[in-house]
Structure formats: C-alpha cells, structure tokens
Design a protein around this ligand. Structure first.
Ligand SMILES: Nc1ncnc2c1ncn2[C@@H]1O[C@H](COP(=O)(O)OP(=O)(O)OP(=O)(O)O)[C@@H](O)[C@H]1O
Ligand SMILES: O=P(O)(O)OC[C@H]1O[C@H](OP(=O)(O)OP(=O)(O)O)[C@H](O)[C@@H]1O
Length: 211
C-alpha cells in the first residue's frame, strides 16, 4: 500500500486539524515534538505521511500530487485558484472575508470611485471589485498587518479576514461590506481521488462523523 500524504497549513488551522484527525484515530506522535526541525512525519501503521507548509503552498502541493490531501482555509483556496477538489467543510477556522475601512470612506464604495485597496488577497479583491461590483480599483499587495494601510494613508480600504472584529475596532475601522464566509476545508488531488478512492472516501466519512 502506498503512503497517503497530508499537507497541513501551518499556524491556526494545523492544531485544529490534528485534533480532528486524532478523534478519527489518525495520529502522528512525532508531530507533537515542538522542538523538532523535522519536516515530514510518518505513521507506518496507517501508511500515512504528514507535513506542515505555508498556507498558500498547500493547494500547490495538492495540485501537483506531492500531497494527496490538504487542509487549508477557503480564503487560500480561492486566492490560489489551483486545480484541486474541495471535499469537506471542516467547520473550524470560521471567519469572513470583508472590505473594511473607516465608516466615512463607505462613500468610495457607493460612488464606485477609483480607490486603492490593500490586501494579502489580491485575486479575491480583484474578483470582488471587478466582477461583482464593477468598480475599477488599484490593488496593493501586503503581507500582514493589513489594517495599517488605511491608518497611514496607503489605501482607502482593505480586503481582509475578520474573525472577532477586535483588530478593526482597536484601529478605528469597521466592516464596510462582507465578501464571503470562510472556514477550513479538506482538499484532494484529482488523480488521488480516483486512484485512492476507497481510502479517501473512508477517511472523509470518518472525519465527517466527528464534525
Ligand atoms: N482571525 C483570523 N485571522 C487570520 N486567519 C484566520 C483567522 N481565523 C481563522 N483564520 C483562517 O486561518 C488560516 C491560517 O491563518 P494563520 O494566521 O495561521 O496563517 P497566516 O495568516 O497565513 O500565517 P502568517 O501570518 O503566519 O503568514 C487563514 O487562511 C484563515 O482561513
Ligand atoms: O477579527 P480579528 O479576530 O481581530 O482577526 C482578524 C485579524 O487576524 C488576522 O491577522 P493575523 O493575526 O493573521 O496577522 P497578520 O495581520 O500578520 O496577517 C487578520 O488579517 C486580521 O488582522
């Protein structure tokens, strides 16, 4: 039997994903060693391998078949646009993709003005403004602390993830428009889905029972 390989997005989601897997009897003791610099972890008994990767790289590993299965946020799936099957909403990592800014800047959206939009998600932002809102904007890619952009005058609004809303509130910003709901998803390589259909379907069934 070949190994089934899992790519987990590092950070917030990996911990929850491992907890969920553990409930279905899928464990990887090696992964719990926080000091380890090892990159790939094997469960010989289950013939499974696990690795952690930067979120945006997870769909890449899965599209190329370097991982059969990936766990990643829906935001990353939408942003990366890779050829993968999304098979399960895992129900954790819930948040929303939103256009945010100062309340007085809502007028820029209502009047469809050519404004600057800072975001870590340029493809999602482009799709929303151009395809859904029919508004021409300049998109500025940032890599973190997106809420800074309207405060220091880099952009009029931002497109970012909102969970509790406290980052926005503490910085005098708010949600101007919701784009979509997000949560962690299980994705599968299309070829693996065919070649390992029984194993993957059984796994999806077991995980679904725990949701
Ligand atoms: N409050 C939140 N902020 C950001 N992401 C969240 C939040 N709540 C849930 N998520 C989900 O968790 C995923 C991973 O978030 P995390 O912050 O761990 O990674 P990241 O922001 O890509 O990492 P880093 O900032 O370290 O590069 C996101 O892609 C999103 O789907
Ligand atoms: O609504 P809240 O609960 O405040 O969460 C939302 C914040 O969390 C995320 O940032 P993250 O912590 O990933 O850091 P980053 O800004 O460096 O991406 C996101 O980009 C928002 O800034």
């Amino acid at each position: 039997m070949r190994y089934l390989t899992f790519a987990l997005g590092k950070g917030r989601l990996a911990k929850e994903a491992l907890k969920l897997f553990e409930k279905t009897g899928i464990t990887c003791e090696e992964m719990k060693d926080k000091d380890s610099r090892k990159l790939i972890f094997v469960n010989e008994e289950l013939k499974m391998r696990f690795f952690l990767a930067k979120g945006p790289d997870v769909p890449t590993y899965v599209e190329y078949g370097a991982a059969d299965i990936g766990i990643v946020g829906r935001d990353t799936i939408l942003e990366e646009g890779r050829q993968v099957h999304e098979v399960l909403d895992l129900g954790f990592g819930k948040c929303k993709m939103c256009i945010c800014g100062r309340e007085e800047d809502r007028v820029y959206l209502n009047n469809r003005e050519v404004i600057r939009v800072a975001t870590k998600y340029p493809n999602i932002a482009k799709h929303h403004f151009y395809e859904k809102k029919n508004q021409t904007v300049e998109i500025i890619k940032l890599n973190g602390s997106i809420e800074l952009a309207p405060i220091v005058g880099l952009s009029e609004v931002i497109v970012d993830i909102v969970e509790t809303g406290s980052t926005l509130r503490e910085n005098g910003l708010g949600v101007l428009e919701e784009i979509c709901d997000l949560s962690a998803r299980m994705i599968v390589n299309p070829v693996s889905m065919r070649m390992e259909n029984d194993r993957i379907k059984e796994l999806i069934g077991k995980v679904r029972e725990q949701l």
